[in-house]
Write a protein that binds this ligand. Structure first.
Ligand code: RUB
Length: 314
C-alpha cells in the first residue's frame, strides 16, 4: 500500500479528533496543503492545481462543519487559481509565501481579538465559558495580564470534557477558575453569579447565528433571560458565505461511544434498548448574542455578514 501523504495524515487526524478546535484544524490543514504543494511532482501549473484541489477537498471533508478550514484553504488555492499560466517553481514559491501570510494573519487576528475581548470585560466581573477555544483563552489571559480580576467558571463540556482543559490552562496562567458540570450553568446564571458568558465559534451564518459546541444554546438562553452579556470570540474567517443563499449549517453527529463512556456501558444501553444520540454542536440564534468579538472589534450579529465579506474571498 502506498505511504500516506501529509495531507492524508492530517485529514485522518482531524476526522479522528486528534486535532480539535476551529483554529487548530484550519492551521493544520493550511500547513498540510502547503506541504502537498512543496512535495508535488506536477509538471505544469494545471497539474499542480488539480493535485492541490484533491488534497484540499479531502482536508475540507474531514470536518464539513468548519468554514474557517474551507475559507483558509480557499485563500491558499486562490494563488494558483489566479496564475495558472505561471511556471511550477514560481507557483510553489508563491504558495509558500501565501502560507506564511495566512499563518501570520491568523496570529495577528487572534491578538486583535484578545485585545478587543479583554477591553470588553470589566474588572471584578464573573465570566462563564463553555468548551475549549484557543481564541477565548487568549482573551482571558490578556485580561488577566492587564490586571483585570476575573472569576472564571468553566463548564466541563460533556462528552469530551474540553472545558476541563480550559480550566487547567487558565489556572496555570494564574486566573481564578472554578469548574462546574454543564447542567449547573443555568442555575449559576439565574443566581446572578455571572456577568459575561463567553463562547468560541465554529461557524457563523449570514443570519448571524452561532454554531458552537453543544450546550452553547441553552447557556445563551439562560444568559439572555437573566441579563448576562453573551459574546462569541470569532475570527471573521469562521463566517460561512455558503449560508447566504439560505442554506442551513449542518450539525455534526459524533460517535455515540463518547456518550457511553465505556464498552460495558455501551453493551448495557444496547441490552436494555436505550438509543444514544451525540450531536457535537448546536445553533444559537442572533437574538441571544450581544456581539461577536472579532479582529475588527465587537460586531453585532446583524452586521457580521458585512464585516466578514471584507475579510474573506469565498
Ligand atoms: C471546539 C469548539 C470551540 C471552537 C472554537 O469543538 O467548539 O469553541 O472550535 O475554537 P471541538 P478556537 O473540540 O469539538 O472541535 O477558538 O480554538 O477556534
Amino acid at each position: 500500500m502506498a505511504a500516506k501523504s501529509t495531507s492524508e495524515k492530517v485529514a485522518i487526524a482531524i476526522r479522528a479528533l486528534k486535532i480539535q478546535g476551529a483554529r487548530r484544524i484550519a492551521k493544520a490543514a493550511v500547513e498540510a496543503l502547503a506541504a502537498a504543494a512543496k512535495k508535488s511532482k506536477a509538471a505544469s501549473a494545471d497539474e499542480l492545481y488539480s493535485d492541490l484541489l484533491v488534497a484540499a477537498d479531502n482536508l475540507a471533508a474531514a470536518r464539513e462543519t468548519e468554514p474557517m478550514l474551507r475559507n483558509y484553504l480557499d485563500d491558499l488555492l486562490s494563488v494558483v487559481r489566479s496564475r495558472r499560466e505561471g511556471g511550477v517553481a514560481a507557483l510553489k514559491a508563491l504558495l509558500a509565501k501565501k502560507q506564511d501570510d495566512i499563518l501570520a494573519d491568523m496570529e495577528s487576528s487572534v491578538a486583535r481579538i484578545a485585545y478587543h475581548g479583554a477591553e470588553a470585560l470589566t474588572d471584578g466581573s464573573a465570566v462563564l465559558i463553555h468548551c475549549h477555544s484557543t481564541t477565548l483563552m487568549s482573551i482571558l489571559k490578556l485580561a488577566h495580564r492587564r490586571g483585570k480580576k476575573l472569576k472564571v467558571y468553566c463548564t466541563e463540556t460533556r462528552p469530551r470534557f474540553q472545558g476541563r482543559m480550559s480550566a487547567e490552562e487558565l489556572a496555570a496562567a494564574g486566573l481564578d477558575v472554578t469548574l462546574i458540570v454543564d447542567s449547573a450553568a443555568g442555575g449559576m446564571i439565574s443566581a446572578r453569579k455571572v456577568d459575561f458568558v463567553l463562547f468560541g465559534a465554529d461557524a457563523i451564518t449570514s443570519r448571524g447565528e452561532l454554531l458552537n459546541k453543544v450546550g452553547t444554546y441553552q447557556i445563551a438562553l439562560a444568559a439572555k433571560r437573566h441579563g448576562a452579556k453573551v459574546y462569541s470570540a470569532a475570527e471573521l474567517h469562521k463566517y460561512d458565505p455558503d449560508t447566504e443563499g439560505g442554506r442551513e449549517e449542518m450539525i455534526e453527529e459524533r460517535d455515540v461511544r463518547e456518550l457511553a463512556d465505556s464498552l460495558p456501558m455501551m453493551g448495557r444501553w444496547k441490552k436494555c434498548g436505550v438509543k444514544l444520540k451525540n450531536p457535537a454542536f448546536d445553533k444559537t440564534p442572533p437574538e441571544l448574542i450581544d456581539a461577536f468579538i472579532t479582529e475588527e472589534g465587537l460586531v453585532g450579529p446583524e452586521k457580521i455578514s458585512e464585516a466578514a465579506r471584507g475579510r474573506i474571498s469565498g
